[in-house]
Design a protein around this ligand. Structure first.
Ligand code: IYR
Length: 230
């Protein structure tokens, strides 16, 4: 499908990828950690709008993610249309109602208690943008025949992480929302059947009285998430 040609990494015009000293590297790594430590999932949005160009650039950034065989098995639908947002909210709240009324199961519902979430999802209308991320189970050649995609959840997961990072660096807040089941998004947004909706990312600015759950500040210490074998 793709010609087996290569280009020299060194020949790419990447001046800011020049060799860093160990100190510079550590300082860059620290700076980025401090930036990312300030990312929080926010559920309360103001109605301050966000320019479409910003959303487009953040999605383009997500599209730089690595993927299985470089098939880039993702599609992003960016919605600011109030009527479509309203329809998504209504459909999501219908699914969430069943979930919180018991379909989620005791263990799951208990795990969510500290977050204080419920079936009301006003942010799906309030946030100026919703980005719905789809994973493509397979791709199509120009002649319409199918090819298989590889590591689809991993690839779309990485792209989603890069999207959240790009939004944060653009000064925005986001909320990853995963109504269960999410199939209604395929129909509502007119996407093909081979695409699986994986999450809705609500994007915007926090409201003046936005709150985050206290537990969200508790990240596991490095010693717990890392094993060092030197
Ligand atoms: N989809 C539900 C439930 C929910 C599930 C998880 I896992 C969360 O981290 C938060 C919520 C909802 O959005 O309310």
């Amino acid at each position: 499908m793709f010609a087996r040609e290569h280009i020299e990494y060194k020949a790419l015009d990447l001046p800011d990828r020049a060799d860093l000293t160990d100190e510079e590297m550590l300082s860059q790594a620290r700076e980025f950690y401090d930036t990312m430590k300030r990312r929080h999932t926010v559920r309360h949005f103001s109605d301050r709008p966000v320019a479409r160009d910003v959303i487009e650039k953040c999605i383009a950034t997500a599209g730089t993610a690595p993927s299985g065989a470089n098939h880039q098995p993702w599609h992003f639908v960016a919605i600011s249309d109030p009527e479509i947002k309203r329809q998504i909210r209504l459909a999501a709240e219908e699914e969430e109602r069943k979930f919180y009324e018991g379909a989620g199961g005791d263990e799951w519902l208990k795990a969510l208690e500290p977050l204080g979430t419920n079936e009301d999802k006003p942010h799906l209308e309030k946030a100026p943008w919703l980005i719905v991320i789809f994973a493509q189970r397979w791709g199509h050649f120009d002649d319409g025949t199918r090819f298989k995609n590889y590591y689809v959840p991993e690839s779309t997961g990485i792209a989603s992480g890069i999207l959240l990072t790009a939004l944060h660096l653009a000064g925005l807040v986001s909320l990853t929302h995963t109504p269960n089941p999410m199939k209604f998004l395929t129909q509502l947004l007119g996407r093909p059947d081979h695409e699986k909706p994986i999450m809705i990312v609500a994007v915007g600015h926090p409201s003046a009285d936005a709150k985050i759950p206290k537990v969200a500040k508790l990240k596991k210490p490095l010693t717990e998430i890392m094993t060092l074998l030197e």
